[in-house]
Design a protein around this ligand. Structure first.
Ligand SMILES: [Zn+2]
Length: 78
């Protein structure tokens, strides 16, 4: 298992997510983001806005994804 925080995944807080693959951890952070969005948490809404402008095209999305995946891959196992 590896652990990344919401912030490291483009979010706004220090909640930690643990998963075996980057796909899993991305899904966990997405779920968390959805909850924060429903709560209208200002910091997460802000982070999502920034994120959206970063990934507004396929290239940006790919780049973001690959960069985060690299971070995940370089982390030590828990
Ligand atoms: Zn968060």
């Amino acid at each position: 298992m590896k652990t990344m925080s919401c912030k490291e995944l483009g979010g706004a807080c220090y909640q930690k997510f643990s998963a075996n693959t980057f796909e899993e951890i991305a899904a966990l952070s997405k779920e968390h983001g959805k909850k924060m969005f429903q709560k209208k948490d200002a910091e997460h809404l802000n982070a999502m806005q920034q994120m959206r402008s970063l990934v507004k095209d396929t290239d940006g999305m790919k780049k973001w994804y690959e960069e985060r995946k690299k971070v995940f891959d370089s982390l030590p196992e828990d």
